[in-house]
Design a protein around this ligand. Structure first.
Ligand code: ADP
Ligand code: ADP
Length: 226
């Protein structure tokens, strides 16, 4: 099964705005995939539907073969999502934030602690484990979001504009982290409005604009057409 499959997906918001006009998308397991498009194109809406935060109007979306609506629990077991906004409790400590998330997925306390500590080390947050989230720098908060999204070892990781507004040094280290994760077998899907980011990192790419997928091709093929 594909890691991600979307068919005829549409979204009409309550105000009547049609944010997605029946898009199709398929991302294979192990892929490193970019959904590229300008602001307002429909990227966050698509991710919102996949992560269960936005109700679709029509069509289908599945993660590892599990429908995000009908099989929401199993779809979520395979999915980690890193939204753009920091949505953790700022007064909670770093390690607690990640461990708490593991609990939602039914990990044992021992597994939760093991996964959490591994990720905090990998993401250079170990020294901050007992610090309240509000004390972290912006870059550390982003890495905390990633640690939390990965604690249940999802097969698919989706990141919404992961490097928007991030300085060059952190961007590089996040790219390296994502590449390593992908090499270890995690399917990675990111949204971006930077062609450069898609080009450097991603094997495959789809372009979304005005709620429509205008092109789905390999990154290399796309670049030869520009
Ligand atoms: P849904 O159809 O998924 O229930 P709604 O249309 O009810 O979503 O909107 C959810 C919230 O987003 C509302 O509070 C709405 O005011 C707000 N919202 C409205 N327009 C926009 C917009 N252009 N961008 C972001 N949020 C918006
Ligand atoms: P992107 O992530 O590509 O910037 P979004 O998915 O956030 O795009 O938004 C797509 C379009 O839908 C935009 O025109 C946005 O203003 C509109 N939109 C987003 N959320 C809402 C909402 N809750 N209600 C109405 N319109 C919305």
């Amino acid at each position: 099964v594909p890691a991600l499959e979307v068919k005829g997906l549409s979204k009409v918001y309550a105000n009547g705005f049609e944010a997605l006009k029946g898009i199709d998308l398929s991302v294979g397991q192990g892929d490193f995939f970019a959904l590229l498009g300008p602001n307002g194109a429909g990227k966050s809406t698509t991710l919102g539907i996949l992560s269960g935060l936005v109700q679709k109007t029509a069509g289908q979306a599945s993660i590892m073969g599990f429908d995000v609506n009908r099989d929401a629990f199993r779809a979520k077991q395979h999915l980690g999502v890193v939204p753009q906004e920091f949505n953790f409790n700022q007064f909670e400590k770093v390690r607690d934030i990640v461990i708490t998330q593991a609990g939602f997925f039914g990990l044992t306390a021992a597994q939760a602690a093991e996964n959490t500590d591994y990720l905090l080390q990998q993401l250079d947050l170990w020294d901050k484990r007992d610090t309240q989230a509000r004390m972290l720098s912006g870059g550390m908060k982003r890495r905390l979001m990633i640690a939390r999204a990965l604690v249940h070892k999802p097969k698919v990781l989706i990141l919404d504009e992961p490097t928007a507004g991030v300085d060059i040094e952190l961007r590089r280290s996040m790219w390296e982290f994502m590449q390593r994760l992908n090499e270890q077998g995690t399917t990675i899907i990111l949204t971006t409005h930077y062609l450069e980011e898609a080009e450097q990192l991603c094997r495959n790419i789809a372009i979304i604009n005005h709620g429509e997928i205008v092109q789905a091709t390999s990154t290399r093929e796309l670049l030869t057409q520009l």
